[in-house]
Design a protein around this ligand. Structure first.
Ligand code: SF4
Ligand code: SF4
Length: 392
């Protein structure tokens, strides 16, 4: 498609994961959004492989989508195509195999690349970070191709391109970032620091089947039927969030990403082509509350009231004994060691220490059994220490 119109964000209809259709749509999206010259390059592809879930659950980027992008990259003359991720607690290969992504890589001529080692990566102009430990594979790569899944996210409300690049941090080091930046506003600024520091990054987003409800791990699939592409992680997130009915001006890290991308406080709507956002229907899509707004409301209170009000209205992880399969994932990933698993013959119980919990919802994110939900628990007063971090 040599005469394609250029736009900030390519926005195309794609109803299913049929491979020939995907090949054509990926090529069109690349042309519209200005895909870089990758002849002879080593390319690092980063799908979302959150955990070992089958593709039908819409937790991971769909394997057919990953396969189509690998074919496209190879058709553009790349020398090597490395594909990898690093789930928070499970072995990467297990997660890649269960999702079907491992097979898609093998069948299409890519190379599986585990994110095991990290090295310091400079973050020029970061608000929170000066450097961050990212996969050493970044040093080998000339270009990063980011392949997020469009999903809800309990902590961040929406997740897509910027949040997917957080996965360039190998393994449980991600939990340490939650501990360092426990509030949604601080954590969001840290995410933007990382996302905007990844050089030569191009994003194709899988919005064919999105995730609604309790994302990013426990929601349900939603047939949205779109593929997006962009050189800008901030612009593609802005457009994708609008496509499922969110007002991105109410999601703090999306605003931060756009402001830093534009270098000013003014946010211009990204241009899309061939579709416009209002043409994308999202009827019945189950959205989540705007989490950063709660943080701002609590911050406006005096210190003496903030802790008590936070105990009453903050969202908390809630465990459900009857559903727990005793896998221990939540205990392993919790950055503050706030969880304890009591294994019994008839049932397993997860105990949550509210004095330690920073409400990062990593436990909710990794639970494979929907045994940890998120909600209000006003009777669970946190009794936090006096020198609390702000609820950002
Ligand atoms: S209990 Fe869950 S929400 Fe609380 S700090 Fe641990 S992982 Fe985060
Ligand atoms: S609550 Fe979920 S993640 Fe935690 S041990 Fe039970 S099943 Fe596993």
């Amino acid at each position: 498609m040599n005469d394609a119109k250029r736009a900030d964000v390519a926005l195309l209809r794609c109803k299913d994961y049929e491979s020939q259709k995907l090949d054509s749509i990926i090529a069109q999206a690349a042309e519209i959004a200005g895909f870089p010259d990758i002849k002879g390059a080593t390319v690092l592809v980063k799908p979302n492989i959150l955990n070992a879930s089958p593709s039908a659950k819409a937790v991971t980027t769909h394997p057919a989508f990953v396969g189509a992008v690998i074919r496209f990259i190879k058709s553009r003359g790349a020398k090597d195509v490395l594909v990898g991720d690093s789930p928070g607690w499970q072995p990467s290969v297990l997660a890649a195999k269960t999702s079907g992504i491992y097979d898609a890589i093998q069948h299409n001529g890519g190379t599986w690349a585990d994110f095991r080692e990290a090295s310091p990566h400079p973050v020029a102009g970061g608000k929170k970070l000066r450097n961050v430990p990212l996969t050493t594979l970044l040093k080998q790569a000339d270009v990063v191709i980011n392949l997020p899944k469009l999903k809800n996210h309990r902590l961040m409300t929406y997740t897509g391109a910027m949040k997917n690049l957080f996965g360039l941090i190998p393994g449980t080091a991600k939990s340490a970032m939650h501990l360092q930046y426990p509030g949604v506003l601080d954590f969001g600024e840290m995410l933007v620091d990382i996302a905007l520091s990844v050089p030569r990054c191009f994003t194709f987003m899988d919005g064919v089947i999105a995730m609604q409800g309790e994302g990013p791990g426990s929601g349900t699939p939603y047939s949205l039927g779109i593929v997006l592409a962009s050189q800008s992680v901030a612009m593609i997130d802005w457009v994708a969030a609008r496509c499922v009915g969110y007002d991105p001006t109410r999601i703090a890290y999306l605003v931060d990403g756009m402001r830093r991308t534009h270098g000013s406080a003014t946010i211009a709507e990204p241009a899309t082509y061939p579709l416009s956002v209002p043409e994308i229907g999202h009827e019945g899509f189950e959205k989540l509350p705007y989490s950063s707004e709660l943080g701002k409301r609590l911050n406006a209170l005096p210190n003496t009231l903030r802790s008590f009000a936070g105990s009453l209205i903050r969202l908390r992880p809630i465990s459900h004994t009857g559903k727990c399969v005793g896998c221990g994932a939540c205990v392993e990933i919790c950055p503050t060691k706030a969880l304890k698993l009591d294994k019994k013959h008839s049932s397993n119980t997860i105990r949550i220490d509210d004095r330690l919990c920073i409400t990062c919802f990593c436990c909710h994110e990794v639970c494979p059994a929907k045994a940890i939900t998120v909600g209000r628990a006003p009777l669970r007063i946190a009794h936090r220490p006096r020198n609390l971090p702000r609820y950002s």
